[in-house]
Design a protein around this ligand. Structure first.
Ligand code: SDX
Length: 426
């Protein structure tokens, strides 16, 4: 039985009943689709804090209780018991794969993980010191020129192939944005490796030598990919969905997602966290940093802290913290920045400013420390986020193909000039 909320539409003193939509979990939604057609009224929600932009069955985030589910499975369980290939299948298909489905999926990823040789020529057009995300935005978009014309977006099999091509090619595409910058010949995928190990060998391997996988690092990297794979309607995923609503091809839509993810308020935060920790430098400087973060006249923010949805711990940050400690110990690295990060978290979580605003460490707070320990350059951290989030982006792209509301077209509250005429108008 549909529940309704009675909204009194003040201008006309009309009472209107707006249906309440109930999901499986989380807050209900007031269906306001008829608010404008029926009452010529818009809902005003800049930043979409109170707006459900779509129905989705992929990921659920309960920000108040620090819960993250991929297709109903807790992120902590997937990080412990699954791998990125299985999680990607789960996000795309909605169920964990059976053995034969998993093997077929791995075979498809292997078949499509090479980049067209001509795509490799695009890298030469970039400066050597180009930011890897600048390269990825360009090259991912350029894939449209190679694969879009051989797909019919109306066919489910073509859509699934495009999605698999994007997931499969992203590792070589991302690794090449690094190896090009240091002039190292790009290794090809080697399908004897799993997804994460294959990426590490393309990233750090030399064509002249056998690459030896460090299982501790490969596992830690796979956990990083699992944790970053999806996160409901975040900025970059919403960008992909909005681009896709116009019928744009999936390669262009994912390129738009890469662009949106790059921002320091979003996926660029992992790089910004490490720069912040380096700027703080020592535990003794933490009180000054905390004071700056609280100073409204100072644009400084504690990067890696706070979240639009999590008003409790980001469950991902806890898992990454454990992996960071494990990898640092395994490598015998004593990273003073980890000490600064742990102390910063301890002090901030006791400070009323952060407590009142429910600001907790998010996924980016510890990931930079882990990635740096693994040898990734700081400007490459967000490229790794994009590598992982491609699984979520393509899953949302596939899901929205079944939606029927047409192109996304937000309205606005117009506050500009009323009608006026050019002085030369007769
Ligand atoms: C990701 O959406 C997703 O799901 C994203 C993501 C994903 O997986 O896709 O989870 C990945 O993007 C994680 C977030 C990474 N970004 C950062 O770590 C950058 C630092 N964080 C902030 O910029 C901020 O917390 C945001 C952008 C993450 C969230 O901003 P909100 O929810 O819009 O919060 P707000 O700007 O409205 O701030 C509320 C208050 C303000 O103070 P008052 O005006 O109330 O006095 O909290 C303060 C803010 O000044 N505040 C901070 C702060 N974050 C918010 N103060 C100091 N340091 C911070 N980091």
């Amino acid at each position: 039985m549909t529940k309704y909320v009675n909204a009194v539409i003040t201008e006309e003193q009309k009472e209107s009943s707006l249906p309440i939509l109930e999901g499986t979990l989380g807050p209900h939604a007031v269906d306001i689709q008829n608010l404008y057609p029926r009452h010529n009224l818009l809902a005003f929600d800049p930043g979409f804090r109170s707006t459900a932009s779509c129905k989705s069955a992929i990921t659920f985030v309960d920000g108040d209780n620090g819960v993250l589910l991929y297709r109903g499975y807790p992120i902590e369980e997937l990080a412990e018991h699954s791998n990125f290939e299985e999680v990607t299948y789960l996000l795309m298909h909605g169920e964990l794969p059976k053995v034969d489905q998993y093997q077929e999926f791995i075979a498809l990823l292997h078949r499509h993980n090479l980049l067209h040789e001509q795509v490799m020529s695009f890298y030469r057009g970039f400066r050597r010191d180009a930011h890897p995300m600048a390269v990825m935005v360009g090259v991912v978009g350029a894939l449209s020129a190679f694969y879009h014309d051989v797909m019919d977006i109306q066919k489910q099999e073509d859509r699934m192939r495009a999605a698999i091509r994007l997931v499969a090619k992203m590792p070589m595409l991302a690794a090449a944005s690094y190896t090009y910058s240091i002039g190292r010949p790009q290794r090809y995928p080697n399908n004897k490796f799993d997804f994460s190990s294959n990426f590490l060998q393309m990233m750090f391997g030399r064509p002249s030598e056998e690459y030896v996988v460090d299982p501790v690092l490969a596992r830690a990297f796979d956990v990083i990919l699992i944790l970053h794979a999806d996160h409901e309607q975040n900025a970059s995923t919403s960008t992909v969905r909005l681009a896709a609503s116009s019928g744009a091809n999936p390669f262009a839509c994912i390129a738009a997602g890469v662009a949106s993810l790059w921002g320091p308020a979003h996926g660029g935060a992992n790089e910004a966290v490490l720069k912040m920790l380096q700027e703080i430098g020592t535990v003794e400087n933490i009180p000054k940093a905390i004071a700056r973060a609280k100073d409204k006249n100072d644009s400084f923010r504690l990067m890696g802290f706070g979240h639009r949805v999590y008003k409790n711990f980001d469950p991902r940050s806890r898992v990454i913290q454990v992996q960071a400690k494990k990898v640092l110990e395994h490598l015998g690295i004593k990273d003073p920045l980890l000490d600064v990060a742990l102390k910063l978290e301890e002090i901030a979580l006791k400070d009323s400013y952060f407590i009142e605003r429910k600001l907790y460490p998010n996924v980016d707070f510890y990931s930079g420390i882990l990635l740096r320990a693994m040898g990734f350059p700081m400007n490459f951290f967000t490229a790794i986020f994009a590598l992982a989030r491609t699984a979520g982006w393509v899953s949302h792209w596939l899901e929205l193909q079944h939606e029927s509301h047409g192109i996304d077209r937000p309205r606005q509250l117009y506050v500009g000039s009323p009608l006026r005429h050019h002085p030369k108008k007769k």
